[in-house]
Structures are given as C-alpha cells and as structure tokens.
Design a protein around this ligand. Structure first.
Ligand SMILES: *Cc1c(COP(=O)(O)O)cnc(C)c1O
Length: 410
C-alpha cells in the first residue's frame, strides 16, 4: 500500500494487483502536501471543526482567484448540493423543464428532480463531448426554465450561442463546472461568465480537492443571499447580523425549510492550500496531456480536443476513443490495460442508458446518437499530478502494445 488515500477514488479500489512485477497504477489519486496536513491538524487543535474562519478564508481566496468584480463564492458540502441550491435560488420548480446533456454524471440531472422539475435530455457534439447548442434550441418549449451545461473534461462549452439562446428565450444558465477548474472561455475563467451560476466540485478525484466539497459562484447578490441562507437550514444570519446586533447571541430566525449543505472547516483547510497549487497542477496536467498526444497520435484511436488558442483546458479527464478503426473493442481495450496493471475509467455512461432516467423519461438511445457513439468508444486514461513520467510511460507502452500487437494480428 502506498498510503491510505489510495483506498477508494470514485468507487474504484486501489488493487495492489501485481502485474509484470509492478503495482497497479490507479486511475486517479489526489495530491496532498504537508501544508494541507498541517492546516487540518491546526483546525483540529483550534476546536472549530464546522463552518467557521477557514471556510470564510477559502471563499475569500477563491473569489480572489477568480478576480472578478462583485463575485460571490459560497462553499458547500458538494457540487451536487451546490447545483441543487442554484436551481432552488433561481426558483426552478414543479412543471418547469431544465435542459441538460445526456452525456454527464447523474448529479447534473438528479438536482432537477430535487426541486420537482423535469429534466430534458439532449445530445452532445462529437468533437468536444459538450452539449449541442442546436439540440438545446430544438428542445426549448414554453415550460423551459433553465439549461445546465457541463464543461466536459475541463474543456469549455461554446457559450456564446448558448447565452444567445438564453437571452432570446428568457432562460437561466447554470454551469456544472465540476471538471472546469481552471478553464477559460474566450480568455475568461469559467465562474466569471454571464451565466446565473457556476458550480465547482472538490470531490477527491477532481482537479483540486477538499475530500468532499463544492463552490457556488454567482455575480448576483440576491441569488447569493438565497444560497447562503438555504445552505444552512434557511437561517437568515445576514438579517440577524444587520438588524439585530443588539439581540442575544442565541437568537436566530428561520425563513425557509433550508438544507444542511455547509462546508466544514476541516475541508476548507485542504481547499486553502489546494487552491494555491491549482495553477501549477493545471500546468502539469496540460504537459502530461501533450505527452500523451504526441506519443499516441499515430495509433488507431481518437485523441481529445484541445482548447482553442489562448484558452485553458483544465484537463480533468484525458478521454480517448477506441473506435471502428481500432483492432479491438473499447471493453476489450480496458480489460487489456487492466491486465497490464493500468487503471482506466469511462466518462460517462450517458444518462439515457441508466434504468432510472431511461424508464422514468422513456429515453431512447436513437435520440442520442452522438452520446451513444462516444459512450461506446470512450476510455479515460490516468492523468494526475502524482503520476511520475515513468508511470505515464507505462501507460503509453501499454496502450501502444495493445493496439499495435492487435494490428499485426488483424
Ligand atoms: C463530480 C461531478 C459532479 C458531482 O460533484 P460532487 O462534488 O461529488 O457532488 C457533478 N457533475 C459532474 C460532471 C461531475 O463530474
């Protein structure tokens, strides 16, 4: 065992399955340093474990990182919680329709059900895996209230046509930015665009982590105030602080049936130091992505799209496609890599393939031809800052061996 953090990342056990005398290379691992560990220890010694001074500092640091006038950053217990709070604050409710890509993680859609609204699933673009603006346009009805976009793998959606549709049809835009830290669109960081909300994830395998956690970002002060109240039991602390400064410390008022979605200081202790390392992490991931691009470009597979010139791709996921010209199927490819001690993942099993979404909304794979093809062909290779260049060479050698050996047989 390397360390206890290897135990489970996104439900994937870190097998110490020896293969060719080398330990199993996990698909993902967080990178935590002595600074994070010391800050957590200080938090424990301080006696303040739940939401307190470290959450406040993390939120202020995050706002400083985004460098945008009037930005509000609200730390929450997960991105899923943050997406739920965003829809609640926007007043999305029963009877409303919310358009989102089928090609995403279930959290993007389940929050629509939390507020009693109807998810409307649409297809994505083949080149970027991102939601298709034309598909959004075709899905808009009188009942459409909002669109949730997902910046797949950390590559921004083309937001201009989406914002134009939102303006024309009076729709709210929420960005599921779980993969998109740091990501830019036309030179601006995701989180500072014209959408109503962007929500980031600090889950253990994301580009920075607090173990579990998320950040809700908006430039709208009213929406921010609602999220702030609803993330902690609907207790209106601001009103309490502003108008009842003479009231006793035990007094508070509940103005809505809120949620328990606050981030604890122990998590923020990690976030404060992870955020400082974020740009360095991104640089390393971009370099690793380019190493993969160069080493794999002659093979019968499709490489991931890069960001447009001048923009940043967060490189949360390195998604290749094992398609028709490959000598073996995607599933066989994954099995062959596993035999060679290499962990992989698939992003995503689209929502129209999952029994709950498929059955509840009568979804048919014929309505999602691009998502369907991408799902059948996609494999995510390991790409994280704790990987050494030898680790990456191992992955490259294994991918080459599997595809070239099979090509000779073909
Ligand atoms: C990880 C992820 C989420 C959920 O993030 P949590 O912080 O675990 O709630 C949502 N959407 C996408 C696209 C994700 O990858």
């Amino acid at each position: 065992m390397k360390n206890s953090l290897d135990v489970c990342v996104q439900g994937q056990p870190a097998h110490d399955k020896p293969s060719m005398n080398k330990p199993f290379l996990p698909y993902a691992l967080p990178e935590l340093g002595e600074e994070e560990i010391a800050e957590v220890v200080d938090t424990l010694r301080s006696g303040w474990l739940s939401t307190g001074p470290r959450v406040k500092r993390f939120e202020a640091d995050f706002a400083a990182y985004l460098k945008h006038a009037g930005i509000h950053c609200l730390a929450v217990s997960s991105a899923t919680a943050g997406l739920h709070l965003a829809l609640e604050a926007l007043g999305v409710g029963p009877g409303d329709e919310v358009i989102l890509p089928s090609y995403t993680f279930t959290a993007t859609a389940e929050v629509v059900r939390y507020v009693g609204a109807i998810p409307v699933f649409v297809d994505v673009l083949e080149k970027t895996f991102n939601i298709s603006p034309d598909a959004i346009d075709a899905a808009i009805t009188q009942k459409t209230k909002a669109v949730i976009v997902v910046h797949f793998a950390g590559l921004s959606c083309d937001m201009a046509p989406i914002f134009a549709l939102a303006k024309k049809n009076n729709l709210k835009i929420v960005e599921d930015a779980a993969h998109a830290l740091p990501t830019t669109y036309q030179g601006r960081l995701v989180g500072t665009l014209e959408s109503d909300f962007a929500v980031f994830s600090f889950y253990a395998n994301k580009t920075m982590t607090t173990g579990e956690g998320g950040m809700v970002v908006t430039t709208n002060s009213e929406l921010a105030a609602r999220v702030k109240t609803m993330r902690l039991h609907g207790i209106n602390r601001d009103a309490f602080d502003r108008y009842t400064a003479s009231a006793p410390a035990w007094f508070y008022e509940v103005i809505a049936a809120g949620f328990k979605y606050n981030m604890p200081d122990m998590a923020a202790a990690l976030g404060i130091h992870q955020l400082k390392k974020l740009d360095g992490f991104q640089k390393m991931r971009e370099e690793m992505a380019q190493v993969y691009d160069a080493a794999l470009q002659d093979l019968p597979l499709t490489l991931p799209s890069a960001a447009l010139a001048g923009d940043i791709h967060a490189r949360h996921v390195y998604a290749i496609r094992i398609g028709r010209n490959a000598p073996l199927t995607r599933d066989a490819f994954i099995a062959e890599l596993s035999k060679r001690g290499i962990g992989t993942s698939v992003h995503f099993i689209p929502l129209h393939r999952h029994p709950y979404w498929r059955n509840t909304y009568s979804l048919n794979e014929r309505d999602f031809p691009v998502s369907q093809t991408l799902y059948e062909e996609e494999v995510s290779l390991p790409l994280y800052t704790k990987m050494t260049s030898e680790d990456q060479e191992r992955v490259i050698d294994a991918v080459r061996a599997v595809l070239e050996f099979r090509r000779e047989l073909a």
